[in-house]
Design a binder for this molecule. Structure first.
Ligand SMILES: [Ca+2]
Length: 392
């Protein structure tokens, strides 16, 4: 295994919770906004696990100990005993690797050991030249995927913002994030309320919940409602690239890219509307012009936490390992543009503190806990997987 030591960067007072201004001039209420505190000095170092990857997007582990890594251009790679195997996995479906699209998340079925099912999310091309987020599964044996079948295709069109994280709950239901496909929000309340992320007849900006074979569960929140896609679990999201179940509480947490300002962490509850683009804390990129009618509105869930300015959130982990005891129960959120790892402390559903780790080492796309209890980070550019280890 190759070990490249990075300069140890420990910044403990990095959180600068300047009073965020909100679009409607409100002072953030208690809880959701930038918060101080929660800083603890935990010595850690960042160690390269594998590099020479091309825009890696996600990692997952198999019971054998093999680590799988997706590369956005459409390759699924295997890291075995610390070494990146030269040949990518055979049988991965064709992806549309353009812009933000390509091969995205990978998740083994919770019963992988017995059924060998592996799930992939990716952007796939339509006959008309457009693209959608697709989830497929296949059997992974002898380092190859066979019997691959699409189990979900997003009904949404647009440019980028494909999502798409995968997560299984304790009952083996599969949750998928799908982005708003970058449909520009404009206008006042009526126009914003008509944005596709607020339209339950599409998959723009949603979390969906499925049986592990793609069937729609009968107890999904919108089942039986006319004109509503029955697989939708929550909506009003912009582009969620981080999602995880809390291993101890079972809570479903998600982070989503905001516009310029307004990245969010949300606690996901069935049937709820998370507000995009009607409410939020951001403004338009470049122009800085107003998007939202405000930051709060009845019937729309406020975030548990948000960032102004945005860090471009991606990847979400709730840490339960024993290698960093002081970090147990913390939420870790990667930052792409922000080139940082945020550690949030939680008290139930309330974010009580934030510190910034791993500054300026690269764009962080995914954050996972390895079977060894260490924290693995996927860096988009330069393409590598590295991990945090105790010590300095
Ligand atoms: Ca929101």
């Amino acid at each position: 295994m190759k070990f490249c030591l990075f300069p140890v960067i420990l910044l403990f007072a990095a959180c600068s919770p300047s009073a965020a201004s909100t679009p409607d001039g409100q002072t953030p209420g208690p809880g959701p906004g930038p918060v101080a505190g929660g800083q603890e000095q935990v010595a850690h170092r960042l160690v390269t696990v594998v590099d020479d990857l091309s825009n890696p997007w996600a990692v997952a582990w198999l019971p054998s100990g093999d680590m799988l890594v997706t590369e956005r251009q459409g390759r699924l790679r295997i890291v075995r005993d610390g070494t990146l195997l030269r040949d990518p996995v055979d049988g991965v479906p064709d992806v549309r690797a353009r812009g933000q699209g390509g091969l995205l998340d990978v998740a083994p079925h919770p019963d992988f050991e017995s059924n060998r099912l592996l799930y992939l999310s990716y952007a796939a091309q339509h006959d008309d030249g457009g693209a959608s987020t697709v989830v497929a599964r296949g059997r992974f044996q002898n380092d190859a995927l066979t019997g691959v079948e699409e189990i979900w295709v997003a009904q949404s069109r647009g440019r980028d913002h494909f999502g798409s994280r995968l997560a299984f709950d304790a009952d083996n239901y599969l949750y998928i994030t799908a982005g708003d496909r970058q449909v520009s929000p404009r206008g006042g309340l009526a126009e914003l309320s008509a944005h596709p992320a607020q339209d339950l007849s599409t998959h723009h900006g949603v979390v969906v919940r499925l049986h592990d074979d793609g069937r729609i569960p009968a107890d999904n929140p919108f089942v039986g409602q006319e004109g509503v896609l029955q697989d939708i679990y929550s909506y009003g999201h912009r582009n969620a690239q981080g999602m995880a179940f809390h291993p101890e509480t079972g809570d479903l947490w998600l982070n989503e890219h905001g516009p310029q300002g307004g990245d969010e962490v949300n606690l996901i509850l069935p049937g709820r509307n998370y507000g995009w683009p009607v409410v939020g804390y951001g403004v338009n990129y470049g122009s800085g012009s107003r998007i939202h009618v405000g930051s709060h509105r009845d019937g729309m869930e406020p975030p548990a936490h948000y960032w102004v300015p945005s860090i471009a959130t991606s990847g979400l982990l709730i840490y339960t390992g024993d290698r960093f005891p002081a970090w147990r129960g913390s939420m870790f959120v990667g930052g792409l543009a922000g080139q940082q790892l945020a550690r949030l402390t939680l008290d139930g559903h309330t974010v009580t503190g934030e510190e910034t780790l791993v500054r300026r080492q690269g764009r962080i796309r995914d954050v996972r806990q390895g079977p060894d209890g260490l924290i693995y980070l996927v860096f988009d550019r330069p393409g590598m997987v590295a991990r945090l280890e105790p010590g300095s």
